[in-house]
Design a protein around this ligand. Structure first.
Ligand code: URA
Length: 232
């Protein structure tokens, strides 16, 4: 891979910015300062330092974030902070969220540059389970729970697919759905004459939101978690 492309992939800057940085002697390969942008390197075995710091190349990066309230799930927004603003520095270019959580929803969100995986995880064909801790305005009756489990009419062409409900305490429930329709959980609770007052996603496919990942915090997936999500 060309040295300038390598630096671009790792989000160091635009093509022209990295060319300039290379020219100015900010980059070394295997201990030698390289000033020519078109130098070819082996991205996995050569040791590349940028301003003295070692760069680690990965084609794909997978991040989990505990999305806080008030932050939008988008790559950019004119007025509001986005989940991408919370991840600094972005380890590679072209990262984006896998699906979306509403602005007031908190919890587990994946962010990756692996477009194919993202597409697969969101495809209705794959029925990836998503579990939410839902705080409702009123406690749910046995009948409400049965209706949510069987599928409810939320005003779309089709009722929702069967879901799972585990009661927690009082007005809290754990709701697992396999689809990702717009405002689905909120609309499901409205369909049983209730209202969501707080919504937090606690798992996505095989991944659970770690108890020690506070709102606004993020980390890369472990190798084990990557294998789980890729082979889901
Ligand atoms: N369902 C909703 O209503 N909102 C979310 O953010 C996610 C699922």
């Amino acid at each position: 891979m060309r040295l300038d492309r390598f630096l671009c992939e790792l989000n160091i800057g635009t093509r022209s910015q990295v060319k300039e940085l290379i020219k100015k002697g900010n980059v070394s390969v295997n201990g030698l300062i390289i000033t020519k942008s078109d130098t070819n390197i082996n991205e996995t075995s050569d040791e590349v330092l940028f301003k003295g710091e070692k760069l680690r190349y990965r084609k794909y990066v997978y991040i989990m974030i505990n999305k806080p309230d008030g932050v939008v799930t988008a790559t950019r927004d004119k007025n509001l902070p986005t989940v991408m603003d919370l991840i600094k520095p972005l380890p590679v270019k072209d990262m984006s969220p896998v699906g979306r959580l509403d602005r007031d929803t908190t919890g587990l969100l994946l962010i990756t540059n692996d477009g194919e995986l993202s597409h697969r995880l969101l495809s209705p064909k794959y029925h990836v389970d998503k579990t939410y801790l839902v705080t409702c305005e009123h406690s749910l009756s046995e009948n409400d729970i049965n209706r949510l489990c069987e599928g409810v009419d939320i005003g779309d062409d089709e009722p929702t697919l069967p879901a799972r409900v585990k009661t927690s305490n009082g007005t809290d429930i754990f709701l697992t759905i396999h689809e990702g329709r717009f405002h689905q959980v909120k609309r499901m609770l409205e369909a049983v004459d209730n209202k969501v007052t707080k919504l937090k996603r606690v798992s996505f496919g095989p991944l659970d939101l770690p108890g020690d990942l506070k709102e606004g915090e993020w980390r890369e997936l472990t190798e084990d978690e990557i294998q789980k999500i890729i082979f889901k």
